[in-house]
Design a binder for this molecule. Structure first.
Ligand SMILES: [Zn+2]
Length: 119
């Protein structure tokens, strides 16, 4: 089974023109990637060993310069991400998730928990 891209509205697999990238092992970066997925897929459970992002979600400057060289040799599938690259290119706009309203439910939940604790 090929790994499918986890981004909303995308199910790309590795192909001639698409590269897929596993989630980084670095915790901080891994969290950033996870957050990016959750902005468009709130129900997403988090990365597994098989979770990947395809190259569609990374801007050109996320890739090592070497990619351009590879491309000229017809080896685009060897595209290499920079160490701190974060996927930022999604089909649905990210701005709505950035509104304060998106954070409200978590806050309310905390409030409710606190009330319960005091009882
Ligand atoms: Zn994708």
């Amino acid at each position: 089974m090929p790994n499918r891209c986890v981004a909303y509205g995308c199910s790309n697999t590795s192909s001639k023109s698409i590269s897929v990238f596993h989630f980084p092992k670095n915790d901080a970066l891994r969290k950033k990637w996870t957050e990016q997925v959750k902005r468009t897929r709130a129900e997403w459970k988090g990365p597994t060993r098989n979770s990947v992002f395809c190259s569609e979600h990374f801007t050109q400057d996320c890739f090592e310069v070497g990619k351009r060289m590879c491309k000229s040799f017809g080896l685009e599938t060897t595209a290499k991400l920079k160490k701190d690259a974060v996927p930022t290119s999604f089909k649905r706009k990210l701005t709505e998730a950035l509104e304060p309203a998106a954070k409200k439910p978590a806050y309310e939940k905390r409030e409710r928990l606190r009330v319960n604790d005091s009882m």
